[in-house]
Design a protein around this ligand. Structure first.
Ligand SMILES: *[C@@H]1O[C@H](CO)[C@@H](O)[C@H](O)[C@H]1NC(C)=O
Ligand SMILES: *[C@@H]1O[C@H](CO)[C@@H](O)[C@H](O)[C@H]1NC(C)=O
Ligand SMILES: *[C@@H]1O[C@H](CO)[C@@H](O)[C@H](O)[C@H]1NC(C)=O
Ligand SMILES: *[C@@H]1O[C@H](CO)[C@@H](O)[C@H](O)[C@H]1NC(C)=O
Ligand SMILES: *[C@@H]1O[C@H](CO)[C@@H](O)[C@H](O)[C@H]1NC(C)=O
Length: 946
């Protein structure tokens, strides 16, 4: 009967359109009139800018031959509509989209089984509910097509549906779906993708999907799911082969039922915030023998290694990603039987494991990421094993930031011809860079920075013509930069700084580097030796750092061509020249400028507005002269170092102009210039200031009252000026100050009392060589964090305080710590520094300042005995009480000062015997007890020189 009906239709169709019988498929019937008309109506409502539907035209009446249409050959009914848009990744994707409305005429396609409208742009409209009436649909794909709004529950009537894809990709579109009950009737559904819908309120989601009896693939990534049952050990959807619940916010225990999905092939639980424990009886992955893909990164399995148990016995694994899971247990060694593995990502865990060489035998591996773990051992053998694979497939190899990995790069490394990324940075790799590296013609990223690699850069490096990023800084590479460097035509980022490179660099070295935007080559001893005076480099750089090269004595004029610079470092490059006038006007975006340690002359003109906001500027150690100009202010720097120049005049113009907003300046160093006048009372606008250094200028007058408003100030250094007047109490009472350095001024009056209140952070207080008088107030002992206290060369009198025990660091109760004032602005770390006098000499301390503990009260008029409380300072390293009027004996308790290295009690009126306990001061290496009335022998001690 059925075949008869087909035959009948065939005869009718043939007689209607005889001209079509000559086509390729003479047995096929033509399309049905009503359906053709319906399709034309459907097309009419679409906007098709790219004319994708040009074949849909009334001039070709057989709609079965139109693009995207599939008909039944015997009935002529349209069965399939394939109108998927372009791959969204394609550059011209946006021009190829179908837009407009979806006409109800589709309903006339009574036999439609397959409808694919994905990857188009239906302009944030709702999915039309009439689609739920296309009862024959088996396949419905509306994904990535900008449908918005609630999904019509009528889709639940499509009881024949096998594939339902409404996914919006990983981007949660905020379209809430409040219930998934409508899906329960889709008993034949094998594939379901609702990615990007907000299923947060669909509390029935699990109940519904887990009871879809045919379900094979479930994709619910980025669905704002928070609820999932986790203690069920079995579920009903045991046919599942693909489960993707990534990017949801479960923040709960890893569900046990997942391990009962024995047919699972692919599991994606990336960033679900799952954690342990899973009881060991659940068995983990051990029975999932088909598993190929396990992506579970960004969960927290710290306490439940049982989650991962059984994984190592799954020999079918192809791709494993367990990065960022707080795992510390060894895992890599167990993977040696998994020869099918193509991709392993264990990065960003705490895996403490000796690197197993056997991993190098996984010859199918393309991607191996072990970054940021605690792997130990040598990489040499493992890498060598990879090189010995028959045809090594590796394209991504990253072992960086496992600081204890050592070994060498094998000579055969050139065998890994597919390598695109090679990252061994931040390890302890030694040896040299092998010649064969140049064979890696696919290599785009080479990261070997922060290792112990020595030897020269091989000439073959020029053969890496795909190379885009070269990062070999902080090694011990010596010799010259090979000329072949100039062949790296795809190089974008070059970082060779902090090595021992020497020799000449010329135009050739950069010949074809047209893609280069970043040169970081500072801290080498290279010399730029240009053949021509007016070189025009082939590149346009953002970053140029050549600090410590040899560029001078003339100012390098080619830098003028680099108008896009954001970072420029030509410090310490032997430039001895007048600052060219073009310099200040050639750039507008410089955020890091370091031209320090040259002999550049000139005045600081007002156009410093070449700088981008929040710039870091180091002009120190040059010969700039004249005043700091006022309009300098337009450039809002965060760091200005103009120390060691010949600047003169007052600060009025620089500090005082009023601005609407607070200035962002954090660090201001004008030390060692000839600046003079009073320090203007204009600090109100500079709330961000953390470090002020005016050391060694000619400032006079008093410390201005507005300095009290500097609420972030950490270091206040006006040493060696002509300041007079009193020491303001607000300095000692500051809650932020760590360093007060006012030595060598003419301050008078007494040390102000501290107002009762919180403890201060003060670590260093130097008032040395002023004219301060009076006693040290007892409140002084509230400076509990003090490490360095220097009150020498004043007129202070009275007895020594007895409360020194309050000083928690000097007394040895707390360790001393570093003077890091500001951390890492463009790799600039700002440390506190101090000029300290010990063993009769001045020393400047910077990086080890934090280790110093000193108490210097010498050359005052202190009288009375040395308090025995002072002897309790077990953390004190230098003590100087010389040149006072101290009397009595040296306390026997002096033996408790076990950190003491330098002790000076000379020029007092001490008497009696030198205590024997001093022989316990084994670290003492400088002692002066002269000009007292002491008797007896100096006790022997291992360190003391004669
Ligand atoms: C219908 O015809 C096309 C074109 O000749 C052919 O590729 C296809 O397999 C046929 N379909 C059926 C169901 O016979
Ligand atoms: C997820 O759901 C919560 C609770 O309904 C809601 O407040 C939040 O906005 C949703 N998140 C997103 C990204 O839609
Ligand atoms: C599994 O299916 C059975 C029978 O349909 C049902 O009673 C049970 O509730 C289902 N289990 C779950 C966890 O949904
Ligand atoms: C794994 O499979 C074995 C053999 O089929 C079975 O005995 C065992 O109970 C299963 N283990 C788990 C945890 O399901
Ligand atoms: C996980 O382990 C850590 C360290 O052993 C422990 O402090 C923490 O309480 C544990 N957390 C859970 C959720 O068990």
């Amino acid at each position: 009967m059925k075949s008869f009906k087909h035959l009948w239709l065939l005869i009718i169709a043939s007689s209607l359109c005889a001209s079509c019988l000559c086509d390729d498929n003479p047995g096929r019937v033509l399309c049905i009139d009503d359906e053709r008309v319906a399709l034309l109506q459907f097309k009419h409502d679409l906007i098709d800018d790219a004319n994708r539907l040009s074949s849909w035209s009334s001039s070709n009446i057989d709609c079965c031959t139109w693009d995207g249409i599939v008909c039944d050959n015997f009935t002529g009914h349209v069965q399939e509509l394939h109108l998927r848009g372009p791959d969204p990744e394609r550059d011209d994707a946006s021009t190829q989209l179908l837009r407009g409305n979806i006409n109800r005429s589709l309903l006339l396609l009574k036999q439609l089984k397959y409808l694919d409208l994905s990857c188009n742009d239906f302009g944030v409209t709702q999915i039309p509910s009439f689609i739920g009436s296309l009862r024959n649909l088996r396949y419905l794909n509306l994904s990535m097509s900008q449908f918005f709004g609630e999904v019509p529950h009528q889709l639940g009537n499509l009881s024949m549906l096998v594939v339902l894809d409404l996914g919006n990709g990983p981007w949660l579109s905020n379209v809430p779906m409040n219930s998934m009950h409508w899906l329960s009737s889709l008993r034949l559904l094998k594939f379901l993708d609702l990615s990007g819908y907000d299923l947060n309120s669909a509390t029935d989601w699990f109940q519904v999907v887990s009871n879809l009896p045919s379900l094979v693939e479930l994709h619910l990534p980025s669905s704002n799911l928070t609820q999932i049952p986790n203690q069920l050990s079995k579920v009903n959807f045991t046919s599942l082969t693909v489960l993707d619940l990534s990017y949801n916010i479960f923040d709960t225990m890893m569900p046990w039922w997942i391990f009962s999905l024995g047919k699972l092939v692919s599991l994606d639980l990336t960033r679900c915030l799952f954690h342990g424990p899973v009881p060991s009886r659940v068995g983990g992955f051990q029975n999932m023998t088909d598993l190929k893909v396990v992506h579970v990164s960004e969960n927290d399995f710290m306490n439940s290694t049982s989650v991962l148990s059984g994984l190592l016995s799954v020999t079918s694994l192809v791709s494993l990603d367990i990065s960022t899971c707080s795992i510390s247990t060894p895992i890599l060694g167990g993977l040696q039987n998994t020869t099918s593995l193509v991709s392993i990502d264990l990065s960003q865990n705490f895996i403490n494991e000796t690197l197993p060489n056997s991993v190098g035998n996984l010859c199918n591996l393309r991607h191996l990421d072990l970054r940021s773990n605690n792997f130990t051992g040598s990489v040499s053998k493992l890498l060598n094993n990879f090189c010995e694979c028959n045809s090594p497939k590796l394209d991504y190899l990253a072992f960086s930031a496992n600081s204890l990995l050592w070994g060498r790069i094998p000579d055969k490394i050139g065998q890994l011809g597919n390598l695109v990324t090679f990252d061994l940075a931040f390890n302890s790799i030694s040896g040299t860079i092998p010649n064969s590296l140049g064979k890696l013609s696919s290599l785009k990223e080479l990261m070997l920075n922060v290792n112990l690699i020595s030897g020269t850069l091989p000439d073959t490096i020029g053969n890496l013509t795909s190379l885009e990023k070269l990062e070999i800084s902080f090694n011990k590479l010596s010799g010259s930069l090979p000329k072949s460097f100039g062949k790296l035509r795809n190089l974008i980022y070059m970082s060779v700084h902090h090595n021992l490179l020497t020799g000449d660099v010329a135009e050739d070295h950069f010949a074809n580097l047209t893609a280069l935007t970043s040169i970081r080559a500072e801290a080498n001893r290279l010399t730029l030796n240009l053949g021509v005076k007016s070189w025009t480099p082939p590149f346009k750089l953002d970053v140029l750092r050549l600090g410590s090269w040899n560029l001078g004595p003339q100012f390098p004029s080619w830098i003028r061509s680099q108008g896009n610079l954001t970072e420029l470092d030509i410090s310490n490059t032997g430039i001895s020249d007048i600052m060219p006038s073009w310099f200040w006007s050639s750039y507008s975006d410089v955020i890091f400028l370091n031209i320090s340690h040259n002999s550049i002359r000139g005045t600081l003109v007002e156009e410093l507005s070449i700088l981008a906001p929040n710039a870091v500027v180091d002009l120190s150690n040059n010969r700039f002269e004249g005043p700091l100009p006022g309009k300098f202010n337009d450039a809002d720097f965060v760091l200005l170092d103009a120390s060691y120049n010949h600047l003169s005049g007052s600060l009025e113009e620089f500090l005082c102009p009023r601005f609407e907003r607070d200035r962002p300046l954090i660090f201001l160093d004008l030390a060692n210039n000839n600046l003079s006048g009073v320090i203007p009372d204009c600090w109100m606008n500079w709330q961000a200031l953390s470090v002020i250094n005016f050391e060694n200028n000619n400032f006079s007058g008093e410390i201005p009252q507005s300095a009290e408003t500097l609420s972030s100030i950490q270091s206040f250094n006006i040493r060696k000026n002509n300041l007079s007047g009193k020491l303001p109490a607000f300095l000692l009472n500051s809650k932020s100050l760590e360093i007060i350095e006012l030595a060598e001024n003419k301050l008078t009056g007494s040390i102000p009392l501290l107002i009762d209140g919180e403890e201060t952070k003060l670590k260093l207080l130097s008032l040395r060589s002023n004219m301060l008088a009076g006693e040290i107030p007892e409140e002084f002992c509230r400076l509990t964090s003090i490490q360095i206290l220097d009150l020498a060369y004043n007129n202070l009198s009275g007895t020594l305080p007895t409360c020194f025990y309050n000083f928690s660091i000097i007394s040895g109760r707390q360790p001393s710590n570093a003077f890091v004032l500001y951390d890492v602005l463009f790799q600039v770390q700002i440390l506190g520094s101090a000029l300290l006098v010990t063993k009769g000499r001045e020393f400047e301390y910077r990086s080890i300042l934090g280790l110093v503990t000193t108490l210097d009260l010498s050359s005052n008029k202190f009288s009375g005995p040395i308090p025995k409380e002072l002897m309790g300072l077990a953390g004190l390293r230098w003590l100087n009480l010389s040149g006072n009027h101290l009397t009595g004996r040296i306390p026997e308790e002096i033996g408790k000062m076990t950190s003491l290295e330098s002790l000076d009690l000379s020029l007092n009126q001490l008497e009696g015997k030198i205590p024997w306990s001093m022989s316990r001061l084994t670290t003492l290496n400088w002692l002066n007890l002269s000009s007292n009335k002491l008797t007896g022998e100096i006790p022997t001690s291992t360190q003391l020189p004669t």
